[in-house]
Design a protein around this ligand. Sequence first.
Ligand SMILES: [Fe+2]
Ligand SMILES: [Fe+2]
Length: 404
Amino acid sequence: MIGADQITEAGVRLAARAGRDPPPAWDLRVDAEGLAGDIQGLRHAKHQVLMRAYQARYMLLPDETRGGSIVERLQRHYDPTEMAALEVLRHGLEAELIGPLVDAARRAAAGRNLDAYVQALLPALRDQPENPFTAWLRTSPHAEAHYRNFLVQSSADLLAEASASAMGVIGEFGPAQSALFRILIDEFGYGAHSKKHSVLYRATLRGFGLDDAYNAYWPLFDTAALELHNAIHHLFQNPRNFFLQVGFLLFAETAYQRSTADHFRYLREFHPDVDARYFSEHAHIDLHHTRMVIEEVAAPLVAAHGPEAGAEIVAGAEFTRAAFDAAGAHMLAVGRAFDIAAVCGKAIYAAPELDRLGAAVTPEMALPLGAVPLQIGGIGMLTDARAFAIFPAGAYGRRLGVDA
Ligand SMILES: [Fe+2]
Ligand SMILES: [Fe+2]
């Protein structure tokens, strides 16, 4: 198990690498220092370190560079000695934070037949009722604030959408590789920047008055959002998980065609002026991606490598289902807890102001803080930190204002 002292040390090195006032894309800081003594906080800081380790393995450039020479900043952000130090922690963090989820999925998938699984999965996902989050929003008087939080938490992954899965495409592994590559170039808008899925997502963020810079909201990502981000990256940043990656794509493309249609309808109805192309594009193109993953990736791989590969693909799909379900349930639980605080007169719905955010707080840490204000994700502000104590584990707040 990675200890608090290792996370604290990693935090110091990451902060030094980020330098003063880094642009969000090159901000490597984590909350290690203030959280190491708190169980929930240490888990959160570990996820932050793992996120930094993953995100430093692909190309990121800020919109504009502050703090001197761009070449020197690039050298520092991708410093090989510092990256190697982080890599030393990475496997231990993965084993501790993500490994048990993979083990559970493999147990659930042992001996499963991929064909039968797919035959059941497709109609089950396509015919299910509206997803619980947008269904709940339809009944909520504070839907805009909760949708804003959904966009903030999802931005951890979606502002670099498909960069993780791109890492599973390079290499040399037969005809399935070329089908995966065709899916990947769709994710990148077929080379038209304005159609790249992450660029479409930016437009939806702006429609809710949110900052669209990559990782601008990292201080507000809660533990559940980081867990989903890191679960996906764990698959794709480890070639040994190749068949699990295919399972991820099978489940994600199938589930996404349905959930994005729900989101598109919801936005058209309640926010008709917001750019919803991110969702309409997925509701359409993921029909094709689902077919491609099944027919051109999974089936030939199982034909070539046998049913063991099929069971591993099922495990990847079930791993993804569990990760998506957990993130969705958490989003709802946090929204409901915030609504309860608001009914008790302890919360105000408001967009996050990034320059007012201070020290991180978990529900476990909240009671002794007393009547200080906390920002909770993209939803709004608790006017009394003690109200945060009843929030579910995995929620995350930041102190606000002058005493932050
Ligand atoms: Fe996409
Ligand atoms: Fe897709």
